[in-house]
Design a protein around this ligand. Structure first.
Ligand code: C2E
Ligand code: MG
Ligand code: MG
Length: 581
């Protein structure tokens, strides 16, 4: 037999098909390869297929999978599939009822893996198996948190308006066949849209969106396309130019136009826009791929401080892959026992006696040493992985604190502050989790404080308010972290049951620099006290700052001056010593 290049494609496909068949036939799953349009290219035969649909492989390729799905589950399944198609490498799981040829509805769990970009596979690989015979509707996906698929349903999917993708796909095709017909795609995001929604509600936010849409439309020429993608986002197709400079100039004008004040029902609102750009300098097979690159550029634009716009570069894809790999590693870290908590002392300013600790997460990476939370928490939040991680943090911090209190401070127990991310409010039953952590550890509930930032709950105001009240009812304390950064709207201060306000370290570090700074800090302290909140100052690095804060009646403080975050052994030594810090 000759070498591979002498085998024609059909023969190769036949061989591959036989391999595939041999591998999948005995599997407990029905394995299906589906193209981006939802057409079945291959479906395995065998006992599992007989059990699930009663269709053999060839029959299955002649039906549309959506037609096999129960009408009530169809929208959900189609939506999940559409999201999956947009993200090469992503995975997603759905539970649906499937029609068996002669047995009625069968409840099944389908797990899809997007391998459209893999030049050999070029398909979504779906593994489906029966879970139980269904009478009524099937429960929503019941994966345990740690099995939850990694970054799949990323935000791009929500913004990927299908009509816009189609327009882009046509532009991609034109650009491929006609070298003179280039295009650029711009993804535009209003930066404080979520805050607007939280503060003023959907009517006002909706009017801002409409006004922004009108301003954008004015900037576009004939042949350009504007897509209102909702939630403060827009897509722009700039026809005829693949030139980065031209696209960047348009981005500038867009930013200027969107930065002008919005006047909605007596409210004057300021906003600004971030822009991600991809151009047809790269050849795109499909619209979603161009949009995906624009979205990677948008991610970059969000973190660039100066211009707040970015043009896609291949390196961004590499970074995205690296980020995905990091998330994979983090998933492993959670299961492989590589997460650690360090504890930073909190003292009362009057006597400098220890009153508690803030638990701070570290990832002890086998090769890279300690990785700090700033380097992995944002990605963990975006992917949802923060939910199981946060659950672990709660359990571990309460366990540790209860142990220390029993050992060293039975009569004067210390408290532990635990950072909670906004995602934890919606994705899990946080109140039940906290109740269980407290009762398992036997830590007195008022010795647990949850630290929340306004920014983190802005998206989930409604559920956060409910959860926080439930948590309060348990006797657990709530602390508003990083006050003074983010949105710091005084509006929320009295809506939520905070016990403690933590002044962000940026205020503390500016103390003594200029006159006004101390006044602001003082005003925050007075306000908090009037609202019956205790005040903790963060990031105290010098004795002078500590003194000044004490003179302003700030209750407690935390910072390098009193102690850095310590590993549990060293934290225990500090408790045992019982000395002022
Ligand atoms: P944070 O809650 O505001 O925590 C305080 C951060 O300030 C910590 O950084 C701490 O090490 C640092 N810090 C404390 N005193 C000083 C000081 O005197 N000077 C300076 N320059 N820095 C000081 P770290 O440990 O890197 O944590 C960063 C952030 O990561 C935390 O900010 C918190 O938002 C987040 N984080 C940490 N652990 C967790 C966790 O378990 N869950 C969640 N969701 N977020 C966490
Ligand atoms: Mg904190
Ligand atoms: Mg803080």
């Amino acid at each position: 037999m000759g070498n591979a290049s002498e085998i024609d494609e059909t023969t190769l496909l036949n061989i591959a098909g036989r391999w595939l068949h041999a591998l999948t036939e005995g599997s407990g799953d029905v394995v299906t390869l589906v193209d981006a349009h939802g057409r079945v290219q291959y479906s395995s035969s065998g006992a599992s297929a007989q059990e699930l649909t009663g269709l053999d492989g060839a029959e299955a390729t002649r039906v549309r999978p959506a037609d096999l799905v129960h009408p009530e589950d169809r929208d959900r399944a189609v939506a999940a599939f559409r999201q999956l198609v947009l993200r090469p490498g992503a995975r997603a799981t759905v539970e649906v009822r499937l029609r068996h040829k002669d047995r009625g509805w069968i409840a099944a769990r389908a797990h899809g893996y997007n391998r459209l970009e893999d030049p050999v596979v070029r398909a979504i690989v779906v593994h489906t198996r029966a879970v139980a015979r269904a009478e009524g509707p099937v429960a929503a996906a019941e994966e345990t948190a740690s099995q939850r698929p990694l970054p799949s349903e990323a935000p791009l999917a929500q913004r990927a308006n299908s009509a816009f993708i189609e327009v882009l796909s046509r532009a991609c095709e034109r650009a491929r066949v006609d070298p003179n017909s280039g295009f650029s795609v711009l993804l535009v995001e209003l930066e404080n849209f979520k805050m607007l929604l939280g503060t003023y509600g959907d009517v006002v936010a909706g009017e801002v969106q409409n006004e922004a849409s009108r301003r954008l439309a004015e900037l576009l020429g004939e042949g350009d396309v504007l897509a209102d993608l909702g939630a403060g986002e827009f897509g722009v197709l700039l026809s005829g130019s693949r030139d980065q400079v031209v696209a960047s100039k348009l981005a500038d004008r867009i930013q200027q136009a969107l930065a002008a004040r919005y006047r909605v029902r007596d409210v004057v609102i300021a906003s600004s826009a971030v822009v991600g750009i991809a151009t047809s300098e790269r050849t795109y097979a499909r619209g979603e791929l161009a949009l995906q690159d624009a979205s990677l550029a948008l991610n970059r634009a969000r973190v660039t401080t100066k211009r707040r716009r970015a043009v896609f570069q291949t390196s961004m894809r590499v970074e995205d892959t690296r980020r995905m790999a990091m998330l994979g590693g983090l998933h492993g870290a959670l299961q492989g026992n590589q997460l650690r908590l360090h504890y930073q002392p909190i003292v009362t300013l009057a006597s400098r006696q220890l009153v508690g600790f803030e638990a701070l997460l570290r990832w002890e990476h086998p090769n890279q040493g300690f990785i700090m939370p700033g380097d992995f928490i944002p990605a963990a939040e975006e992917s949802g992985l923060i939910v199981p991680i946060g659950a672990w943090v709660l359990k571990e911090a309460t366990r540790q604190m209860a142990e220390w209190n029993a050992r060293f401070r039975p009569n004067d127990p210390l408290y532990v502050s635990v950072n909670v991310s906004g995602k934890q409010f919606v994705e899990d039953d946080l109140a039940a989790q906290i109740e269980s952590a407290v009762s398992t550890s036997q830590l007195a509930p008022d010795r647990l404080k949850l630290e929340i930032t306004e920014t983190s709950i802005i998206d989930q105001q409604a559920s956060a308010v409910l959860v926080l009240h439930a948590v309060k009812a348990l006797g657990v304390k709530i602390s508003l972290d990083d006050f003074g950064t983010g949105y710091s709207s005084f509006n929320y201060l009295h809506q939520l049951p905070y016990d403690t306000l933590k002044i962000d370290r940026s205020f503390v570090s500016r103390l003594g620099e200029a006159e006004g700074n101390a006044e602001i800090v003082h005003a925050i302290i007075v306000l908090a006290h009037n609202l019956r909140m205790e005040v903790v100052a963060e990031g105290v690095e010098t004795e002078r700052q500590a003194d000044e804060l004490r003179n302003m009646w700030c209750d407690s403080a935390q910072g390098y001056f009193f102690g850095r975050p310590l590993d549990p052994l060293r934290a225990a030594e500090v408790i045992a010593a019982g000395q002022p810090l």
